[in-house]
Design a protein around this ligand. Structure first.
Ligand code: GLY
Length: 371
């Protein structure tokens, strides 16, 4: 492995793995993957955009290591995360002769990662897989931690399993082709780790927010490395989200409602909704008397300087309305027993899970946000 790359371990006993982070990691994918393979071939589930922009680098890297790549192209877009999408992927792998000892490589953003991870978990009763995330959001969040899922008519990510990858390769160089809107959406999940429990990391993001929003590569390397380390620590403590892994959902109860209620489906990016959702979580915490006002203002300002909208009236997909937002929140997976669950904050780096939030207070607050 070249000197510019670093390994961040995810410690899960027998299921432990590394996340390799750095500029140019994709060109080394062949030599990074080869030690795992008993037979020198991999099934690559490739997002069509990732393949056309960066597929040649992965092809060259695999062939330099003597690895055959069997490619399955996946159309871009969240609609692929469906029963039809998983069926098409499974059929393609089976038609191309996948065997129990083969590896699947997920090459693309969160959609391909979730879909290929789920396919890997169930095809031939489970094969190993490797994540090569090509968006900032998937590098810092969805490729690490083993959550895989598809969406159903009842909501997002409602059918899936935990299936940890054997390796994750996060190449910062591929982010150069990412549209700026998607880069900034990914930064929402970066600042989230500081806001949850790491004031020092928040201060680093705050100090570098404008340059991060402009895509400065050396800062992105550090942002991905530290975000992955933060996520790895939470996942190592609570792999199956029986406890504080739920902290990773800071801003997400608000965000999922925003995504469900956007004027047009898919109009607001997940990370954009998370940015506005975290701003709301801090403001709501202050309104409830839990969080000092200056901490909320600081959190909201940092999110805005990263290039994310914190005013719900100006967010893509607006206008939003209180009643459907509240209804969407009632369907959130984190809820149990009829109360609403939110990740709230006592200050920057002091987030906590509140499983007993009063719907009437949420309703009044939402009215302030959208009015
Ligand atoms: N994206 C939240 C988690 O992996 O738990």
């Amino acid at each position: 492995m070249s000197a510019g790359l670093t390994r961040v371990p995810v410690q899960l006993g027998a299921r432990s793995y590394d996340v390799v982070v750095g500029e140019g990691a994709l060109a080394e994918a062949g030599s990074l993957i080869a030690p795992f393979l008993s037979r020198k071939r991999v099934f690559v589930a490739a997002d069509e955009n990732a393949e056309s922009l960066h597929g040649h680098i992965l092809r060259d890297a695999l062939s330099a290591a003597g690895i055959e790549g069997v490619w399955v192209r996946v159309p871009s877009g969240e609609q692929q995360k469906s029963f039809a999408g998983i069926e098409a992927m499974l059929d393609a792998f089976l038609a191309k002769g996948i065997e129990r000892k083969d590896f699947i490589v997920a090459f693309g953003g969160g959609v391909v990662g979730d879909l290929a991870g789920f396919a890997a978990a169930i095809v031939k009763r489970g094969v190993d897989f490797i994540q090569i995330p090509t968006t900032l959001l998937s590098q810092v969040d969805s490729s690490v931690g083993g959550k895989t899922a598809i969406n159903t008519a009842a909501g997002k990510n409602l059918v899936g399993v935990f299936h940890q990858p054997r390796l994750v390769i996060a190449d910062i160089r591929v982010l150069k082709t990412l549209p700026v809107r998607e880069l900034r959406a990914g930064l929402a999940e970066v600042v989230k780790y500081g806001l949850i429990d790491d004031t020092e990391f928040f201060e680093w993001v705050e100090a570098n927010a404008a340059a991060l929003g402009a895509g400065e590569p050396s800062l992105l390397v550090e942002a991905v490395r530290r975000s992955v380390a933060a996520k790895a620590a939470v996942v190592a403590r609570d792999e199956h989200e029986t406890g504080d892994r739920a902290l990773l959902n800071l801003g997400h109860t608000f965000a999922h409602a925003i995504e469900a209620c956007a004027r047009m489906y898919g109009q607001v990016l997940h990370g954009e909704a998370v940015g506005a959702g975290m701003a709301a979580a801090f403001r709501f915490s202050t309104k409830l008397g839990l969080c000092p006002g200056q901490d909320s203002e600081r959190a909201v300002k940092a999110i805005a300087v990263l290039g994310l909208e914190t005013d719900w009236r100006k967010l893509p997909g607006a206008p939003y309305q209180t009643a459907p937002l509240l209804e969407a929140m009632r369907h959130d997976k984190k809820n149990s027993g009829g109360t609403l669950t939110f990740i709230l904050a006592k200050g920057i780096g002091q987030s906590f899970i509140d499983r007993n939030v009063d719907a009437a207070q949420v309703e009044a607050f939402l009215e302030e946000l959208v009015r």
